[in-house]
Design a protein around this ligand. Structure first.
Ligand code: ADP
Ligand code: MG
Length: 478
């Protein structure tokens, strides 16, 4: 392939405030149409907007997490245009004067490395309402509940180079906004939407090609599919000798293609001007400091810490840092045991499986970290067999909140580590396989596993495998 793709993403994240950006209207999802719309959201004469402080704090939080520079003197501007779902005739935005400038979001590259995707800006703006075309066959319905909902728009530099990277990037953005608790990240409900700007150029060329913008992608899959389609379409156009037109396009999820909705020959003129109803707002250094103080350790920092401090694999560390609650639970368990790798295996294995089966997350897990630590310790010490612990003891611990020892004893699941008792099974196993004993003595030491397995069978899994191995070795080498 002689071509390289260049991609810039604009992600709109709906902020998890209770009310709208400039009014007290609820932003709850799923309300009856047009029931969350006050005269302020409609900008009726005599009404005055008032800025939601929580939304500003959330935007700063995101900027700090991305290493952006935070602007201290801010104002909102009106972006003027007409659209049926825009009741005021303008959108209040910071498009040209963003509160956060620059910064980056780290992604894992296809080669498994790490790369910082450069951000251009993060700004605050309000959402528009919704035009609904599929309720009435001959009319478009308008629901203004969403009009005025606070958003941040996170805009990258043209710094992504494949559909896979775009996928990774949106995944990281979603993880981060959830981690910071500033957006629920639900793409199906429109809490996170993405516009993808795509261009191609010949490899080695450093200037940018003409871009198209695919609007309103509402799943990470669709972001990837739309970009894949666009790259191929544009390459085919150029190969045919055609010129790429600067366009706004839309994605058709029924067949993973895109289609043009308008050609963009020149820049729109939105007549931006500072909103006269909203005074400039100052974000002091002290205020920024106070927000910085509330930031949790960030996923990538924690992931490195887990890898280095607890010798976890990159994969395990990544899994544990998928959600803040998961990472926090891991750290909580490690307050009670030094067995970090085993805890990671338990959390990502049997515990995760239990959570998946019950469709809950670590946040809803009613298992005290200390008790999980104890179970991990008991298994490591050979007192309880791992499979038995995972299948029988763990669910009982979660559901009855009982101690693992208590359960294991009540169910007769304690591992036997009494030497005399073990010696009987060991003797039986040796007696049952005289030819294998000969082979072992001649040097086929790998057969030890076979004997251990035999003891396991005879003891119905209750024999402590470590002690059994030792005893067998003593006997066979005697
Ligand atoms: P517009 O004014 O059309 O909205 P911007 O310059 O604000 O364009 O950029 C919007 C997004 O498009 C940004 O994420 C930016 O990185 C990206 N972008 C700009 N030019 C290109 C290009 N030639 N190819 C790919 N992405 C681009
Ligand atoms: Mg744009």
């Amino acid at each position: 392939m002689n071509y390289e793709a260049v991609i810039g993403l604009e992600v709109h994240a709906q902020l998890a405030t209770n009310t709208k950006l400039f009014s007290g209207d609820s932003i709850a999802f799923g309300g009856e149409p047009n029931t969350q719309v006050s005269p302020i959201s409609l900008a009726h004469p005599g009404t005055l907007p008032k800025t939601n402080k929580k939304a500003v704090a959330f935007a700063i939080k995101m900027g700090l997490a991305c290493g952006s520079e935070i602007e201290e003197v801010n104002y909102f501007a009106r972006k003027n245009y007409f659209y049926p779902d825009l009741p005021k005739g303008y959108q209040i935005s910071q498009h040209t004067t963003p509160i956060c400038k620059g910064g980056f979001i780290s992604i894992t590259t296809e080669a498994g490395g790490e790369r910082k995707v450069q951000l251009n800006r993060i700004h605050i703006e309000e959402d528009a309402g919704k035009s609904i075309h599929d309720i009435d066959p001959s009319n478009t319905c308008i629901d203004l509940n969403r009009a005025g909902t606070p958003l941040i728009e996170i805009v990258t530099e043209p710094d992504l180079f494949s559909a896979e990277e775009a996928w990774e990037y949106v995944t990281e953005v979603r993880k981060l906004v959830r981690w910071l608790n500033i957006c629920d990240g639900n793409m199906e409900e429109g809490s996170l939407r993405c516009d993808a700007n795509v261009s191609i150029r010949l490899k080695g060329v450093t200037t940018l090609g003409t871009k198209v913008e695919v609007k309103n992608l509402n799943s990470i899959r669709n972001v990837k599919k739309a970009i894949e389609f666009e790259i191929e379409r544009m390459i085919a156009e150029v190969e045919k000798g055609n010129i790429i037109k600067q366009q706004t396009r839309s994605f058709d999820a029924s067949n993973d293609t895109t289609f043009a909705i308008r050609d963009k020959e020149e820049a729109n003129d939105y007549r931006y001007f500072p909103d006269p109803d909203l005074p400039a707002f100052i974000v002091t250094k002290e205020y920024i400091q106070s927000i910085a103080a509330t930031l949790p350790a960030l996923p990538w920092a924690l992931q490195h810490e887990f890898q280095e401090q607890y010798s976890l694999s990159k994969y395990d560390a990544e899994q544990l840092c998928d959600e803040l609650t998961t990472a926090a639970y891991f750290k909580a368990v490690l307050q009670y045991t030094p067995l970090s790798k085993q805890v990671a295996n338990w959390m990502l294995g049997p515990v995760k499986q239990y959570l998946n089966e019950h469709q809950i997350g670590f946040a809803q897990l009613s298992l005290a970290p200390a008790i999980l630590a104890e179970l991990v310790g008991l298994v490591e010490a050979g007192k309880i067999n791992f499979s038995v612990a995972a299948a029988k003891i763990l669910p009982a611990m979660i559901e009855k909140n009982e101690q693992p020892l208590q359960i294991a004893e009540a169910l007769g699941l304690m591992q036997v580590s009494d030497i005399d008792e073990l010696a009987i099974w060991v003797a039986e196993a040796i007696a049952a396989m005289p030819d294998k004993v000969m082979e072992y003595k001649k040097g086929k030491k790998g057969l030890i596993g076979l004997f251990v397995g035999e003891v396991k069978k005879r003891s119905k899994g209750k024999a402590d495998p470590k002690m059994v191995t030792q005893l067998l070795e003593q006997k066979l080498n005697a």
